[in-house]
Design a protein around this ligand. Structure first.
Ligand SMILES: Cc1ncc(C[n+]2csc(CCO)c2C)c(N)n1
Length: 227
């Protein structure tokens, strides 16, 4: 299936990062969720690490509030922090509880190096650069899960991971992806001009997107390797 429409920047970044993008969006971990062959322990390991990931991801979106230059940017970034801290993280705790993973285990989990590399890379992209650099590093996470969810929602058969797929394939999450895609396009147009793909800085922000994409693939691999 073709890529979903999450705006112009995403389409251009995705095309520029072709092989790296496919290595993430079609990683064996993802295909294992699709056909149900992903080992349970790998999914559980991923979920525990993902809790730690969400903590740092919320911090990175809080940095997007700091780096905002318009009220609209600030509202989107602040709403994302709120959704992560007050909804996603408690949902995550509930999901894990349903699978027999206690909150104590989540809190006690030592952070894996692949997890640390990814989240601190995103944070540093934002600290060293402006909102464009930060959003380019955040985009593979937000929009990649949208694309993966949409594809698996259409392709998956009977799989124990149907709930995970439904959450990201659903209309609510797909609308979040379109909103974030529009925010990214507006933020780039404001700072890089239009067309932003012709701006001197375009290649540098594309490299932020590429590295974050590679680190997302590393996160799936960490799940498979129980690393
Ligand atoms: C490694 C990893 N990458 C991406 C996501 C997806 N994700 C994280 S926060 C969020 C909400 C929107 O900002 C979404 C979809 C994840 N859970 N774990």
């Amino acid at each position: 299936m073709s890529a979903p429409d999450y705006g112009r920047a995403f389409a251009a970044w995705r095309r520029a990062c072709g092989a790296d993008w496919d290595a993430y969006a079609r990683h064996p971990f993802v295909e294992g969720m699709r056909d149900g062959t992903l080992p349970r322990e790998a999914f559980h390991h991923y979920l525990v690490q993902d809790y730690v990931f969400l903590v740092h991801f919320a911090r990175a979106w809080a940095l997007a509030v700091v780096k905002s230059e318009t009220m609209e940017e600030m509202r989107t970034a602040a709403a994302t922090v709120d959704a992560l801290v007050n909804m996603e993280m408690s949902l995550h705790v509930q999901t894990c509880a349903g699978l027999g993973i206690s909150e104590d285990r989540l809190f006690a989990a030592p952070e894996s190096p692949a997890n640390l590399a990814y989240t601190r890379y995103v944070m540093d992209a934002g600290i060293a650069g402006d909102l464009c650099d930060l959003l380019a590093a955040l985009a593979p996470c937000v929009l990649g899960y949208g694309e993966i969810g949409a594809r698996l929602g259409a392709e998956a058969g009977d799989t124990p991971y149907a709930d995970w797929i439904a959450a990201y394939a659903g209309d609510d999450y797909q609308a979040v992806c379109r909103d974030v895609g529009a925010m990214i396009d507006a933020a780039l147009a404001r700072r890089l001009g239009t067309p932003f793909t012709a701006a001197p800085r375009w290649d540098r922000v594309t490299e932020r997107f590429r590295m974050a994409t590679r680190l997302e693939a590393g996160f799936w691999q960490m799940g498979l390797d129980l690393a």
